[in-house]
Design a protein around this ligand. Structure first.
Ligand SMILES: NC(=O)C1=CN([C@@H]2O[C@H](COP(=O)(O)OP(=O)(O)OC[C@H]3O[C@@H](n4cnc5c(N)ncnc54)[C@H](O)[C@@H]3O)[C@@H](O)[C@H]2O)C=CC1
Ligand SMILES: O=C(O)C(=O)[C@H](O)COP(=O)(O)O
Length: 385
């Protein structure tokens, strides 16, 4: 039963928006970039993803009393404005951390097999050890990868809750063979992340090192990155999206259009977290019938080839979500075509599920079985094993 007195504006990239929110009020879905002061004027609640700038310009003349962001980044939200105007704000922190962490792990196997090295022989530097960074660390550790961690804010905030064994300063972290950043994009405070890996820091990078940015464009200085020889760059987050820098784009081993957090499970988690908060805010019982509309679990994955463990890992992870497909989806010699394909591909992003949604037929390789289970796959014994 829809509540006729409430109007909810929702970014149409929020999956199952109608099914989830319609019993709370009249749902109007719009492309994130089309949500403006005119469209929100008479709304009571606004549910966004990252493409809508939520600020005074958008809301000053509206009656919106609730804003929910179904993503994690906060750089599109003027939280001070919302707080000072008594607009309740909720962000689905952590909703897509596992999705990004699985993107990183999948990328590591792609790198190891392409550049012919054993993952266990490499060190992984993780800058920003929050929801995403922590999951990357835990997964990489299970896979036998030595990690260096850097997160001065976390240490400042909760010194007694951080095992300092693997935490190092930024310069030490930047000596790792593979470096991945997982900070928000911040320009103020004691440790601003904008230009964190500055031209000066990039001058320390050696040609055999690998840089990954699946956090935010601008954490790594793009102009200096273009001229920093590396073994490989994997870039999911860019400055000035979708009009990404061509010179940087041409350096990328894998260039993806900001999709590391786009598993269906992550998007649904973000929607559900915001929905639950809106129910609490409007004192309405939570309903979860909408979950019946979710797709069934993926088919059983069978591994037939007797490949070496690392090769089999890459093949298996790519069966769940092959990042190369996302790279190829926007790749072009003509940068304007890359720009034009960027958002369209994101808004029509193919559904993929996280590892824990997948069942795999147990293999004759105990090491492979153990690694797959450590990443969350369910192994199914069949009569032959
Ligand atoms: N590519 C994608 O699709 C996605 C990108 N992201 C990005 O990743 C970021 C991290 O996500 P979460 O881990 O969920 O956020 P989080 O807030 O849980 O963790 C961020 C961590 O970075 C640390 N940090 C902040 N400034 C730092 C600095 N200057 N140096 C080192 N560490 C610093 C914080 O202390 C915190 O522990 C988000 O803010 C978002 O920008 C998040 C999800 C999806
Ligand atoms: O959660 C974040 O922060 C992200 O970067 C999300 O991947 C943003 O997703 P979209 O809102 O751009 O679909």
């Amino acid at each position: 039963m829809t509540n006729p007195t409430k109007t909810i504006i929702i970014d149409d990239a929020v999956p199952y928006a109608e099914a989830i929110f319609s019993h709370l009020g009249k749902v109007i879905t719009l492309p994130g970039k089309a949500i403006d002061a005119e469209t929100v004027k008479n709304a009571d609640a606004l549910i966004v993803r990252s493409r809508t700038q939520v600020n005074a310009e958008l809301l000053a003349n509206s009656q919106v009393s609730f804003v929910g962001s179904t993503v994690v980044g906060l750089d599109h939200i003027d939280q001070e404005f919302l707080k000072s105007n008594n607009i309740h704000f909720y962000s689905a922190q952590g909703c897509n951390a596992n999705s990004v962490a699985e993107y990183i792990i999948t990328a590591l196997y792609e790198l190891a097999e392409t550049f012919d090295f054993k993952l266990q022989d490499k060190t992984l530097g993780i800058i920003g050890v929050g929801n995403v960074g922590e999951k990357v660390y835990n997964k990489a550790k299970q896979l036998g990868v030595t990690c260096l961690l850097n997160d001065p804010l976390k240490i400042d905030k909760q010194p007694d809750q951080v095992n300092l064994d693997n935490y190092v300063d930024l310069d030490t972290c930047l000596t790792a063979d593979i470096i991945t950043v997982h900070t928000p994009l911040t320009r103020s405070g004691k440790h601003p992340s904008y230009d964190l890996i500055s031209a000066e820091k990039l001058a320390q990078i050696k040609p055999q090192q690998i840089l990954i940015n699946a956090a935010r464009g601008g954490v790594i200085n793009e102009q200096a990155w273009i001229n920093t020889p590396t073994l490989a760059n994997i870039i999911d987050c860019w400055e000035n999206e979708p009009n990404i820098n061509e010179a940087l784009y041409r350096t990328a081993f894998l260039a993806t259009p900001h999709i590391a957090g786009h598993s269906l499970d992550a998007k649904v988690a973000g929607s559900a977290m915001v929905y639950n908060e809106l129910c609490r805010f409007w004192n309405t019982p939570i309903q979860d019938k909408w979950r019946n509309q979710l797709p069934p679990q993926p088919d059983l994955i069978e591994i037939t080839e007797q490949a070496p463990t690392q090769t089999a890992m890459r093949q298996t992870l790519n069966k769940t979500h092959d990042i190369k497909t996302d790279d190829l989806a926007i790749r072009s010699k003509d940068i304007s075509k890359v720009h034009n394909k960027y958002e369209n591909y994101r808004r029509n992003f193919p559904i993929y599920r996280e590892f824990s949604q997948h069942k795999i037929q147990i293999t004759s390789n105990p090491e492979l079985n153990k690694l797959l289970e450590s990443l969350g796959f369910t192994l199914i014994a069949t009569q032959s094993y």
